[in-house]
Ligand binder design. Structure first.
Ligand SMILES: NC(=O)c1ccc[n+]([C@@H]2O[C@H](COP(=O)([O-])OP(=O)(O)OC[C@H]3O[C@@H](n4cnc5c(N)ncnc54)[C@H](O)[C@@H]3O)[C@@H](O)[C@H]2O)c1
Length: 438
């Protein structure tokens, strides 16, 4: 039975993309979009650009492109702006990041060069390994939030934008536990005025975005918008939020392999994951406080997927270790190794090894693009609060407080596509398939 579709506003006009942190991921994303617009490269890895969606019965053979099915903003309508603690324009920053090669970079030089980051809200207390000159000065965190809001409004006005989205692509902040100052909007605003130490710069960006009615996504594992005050604000102001931590390399692979082991009821004795990474992100994560934030995010996925409480004979007490070592010669071309000790029939041990020679920002860029376009779609469709259907893109998906997050990549994809079908009043696909045999 088809339900009546949700009213989705047309993606008319230009969509502003606000990015705190114009480093490797952000510049690879922007440079990539410009290259795709020029027709010199393809948006590989992006569901919104290359993905299709099956509708109705298999016999109907209806599989439109996702971007046509739900009317997403067109790449030509995206306008970029952002903040960084360094003054480099995006061309220089991209060259330094060393991800895009010169043959592409030269062709997109003009638009990248025209993007100069605004002064950032930054405090080294939250990212120990970095310091830079391009930083806002204000007496209180409240003042800094107002300055960010001014930036957002000026960007909108200058570019004649009809809508905006903000996506955090800045460094991973030091590990932080939830604090009572995060509990309500009132407590948070009081904390801003009193310079409360449990309010990190990323939270000030998220607060600024939500106050301006701008959807917010968090690509790093910081707490940021994953606190009750932001959840409340996103509901009050009718704004969608999503996070945390882009699911790109090793963790993506984990959420592919672990559901497979569990599907076949193969046991797990231990999973040892290590990475070498030589970009600035690797340098920041070399600091124990920032690494702790990342570690928590990377460790959580197996417990949730394998459900040791339900399957104690298979998954009780498995050993899980994650390491990231900063190793400059590799730059952005990370290598991740996994050694997986599993056991099968009668308890006989086996091993699985994965050596993933990946490119961190090449995997992250299409995720940034999809999140921007889907968050804009969510807002045009009247959705607000946590967007669980976007869990597909995150290592630590945000979920309602009473729910455990869904980590299995295939469940996440099904959830995402069913959300789109639901939006357009199409039948949800359950894969039951009885109708073909009646
Ligand atoms: N590349 C991936 O596969 C991947 C996956 C998951 C998460 N992430 C996260 O995405 C983020 C970006 O990664 P990257 O490789 O581009 O790192 P990067 O170091 O190249 O870029 C981050 C940029 O953020 C800037 N910055 C730091 N604090 C800031 C602040 N408060 N305001 C504005 N700018 C600030 C830094 O100066 C830097 O230019 C990191 O947090 C990383 O952990 C990346």
């Amino acid at each position: 039975m088809t339900k009546s579709p949700v009213q989705i506003k047309n993606p008319k006009g230009r969509l502003g993309v606000l990015i705190p942190g114009m480093g490797a991921v952000a510049t690879t994303f922007i440079g990539g979009v410009e290259a795709v617009k020029l027709g010199i490269a393809q948006p590989i890895g992006s569901l919104t650009q290359m993905g299709t969606i099956r509708l109705g019965k298999r016999t109907e053979k209806r599989t439109p492109m996702i971007k046509e099915f739900v009317q997403l903003a067109s790449l030509k309508d995206l306008v970029f702006g952002g903040w960084d603690i360094f003054e480099d324009d995006c061309y220089k920053a991209s060259k330094k990041a060393g991800v895009l090669e010169q043959n592409i970079l030269e062709k997109v030089k003009k638009p990248l060069q025209s993007l100069k980051p605004w002064k950032a809200v930054f405090d080294q207390q939250y990212v120990h390994r970095l310091s830079g000159p391009n930083v806002k000065k204000g007496k209180t965190k409240w003042d800094l939030a107002q300055m960010l809001r001014d930036d957002i409004r000026a960007f909108k006005k200058k570019n004649g934008l009809s809508r905006m989205v903000m996506i955090w692509c800045a460094s991973t902040e030091a590990f932080m536990k939830p604090d009572p100052v995060h509990d309500t909007i009132e407590a948070f605003e009081k904390g801003l005025k009193e310079n409360h130490p449990a309010i990190a710069p990323s939270m000030i960006y998220a607060y600024g975005a939500l106050c301006e009615g701008v959807p917010f996504a968090n690509g790093a594992p910081n707490l940021t918008a994953d606190i009750p005050a932001m959840n409340e604000l996103s509901k009050v102001n009718n704004v969608p939020i999503a996070g945390k931590d882009f699911k790109t390399g090793q963790t993506w692979m984990k959420t592919v392999v672990a559901p497979g082991l569990k599907a076949r009821l193969l046991g797990l004795a231990g999973w040892y994951s290590t990475n070498i990474l030589g970009n600035r992100d690797g340098e920041v994560l070399d600091d124990p406080d920032s690494f702790k934030t990342k570690e928590e995010s990377k460790l959580s996925v197996l417990e949730y997927i394998l459900q040791p409480d339900l399957y104690p004979d298979l998954y009780k007490n498995f050993y899980h270790k994650v390491r990231i070592d900063y190793y400059p010669p590799r730059g952005d071309n990370k290598e991740g190794w996994d050694n997986i000790d599993i056991f099968g029939w009668l308890g006989y041990p086996m091993q699985l090894k994965i050596d993933f020679l990946c490119r961190d920002s090449i995997l992250a860029a299409p995720i940034v693009l999809d999140l921007v376009l889907f968050l804009d779609l969510a807002q045009r469709s009247g959705m607000h609060g946590i967007q669980e259907w976007l869990s597909f893109y995150f290592k630590s998906p945000m979920a309602a407080p009473e729910l455990y997050p869904e980590h299995d990549l295939f469940i996440q994809l099904m959830k995402l596509k069913n959300r789109l079908r639901h939006l357009r009043g199409e039948q949800l696909i359950t894969h039951l398939g009885l109708e073909y045999y009646d």
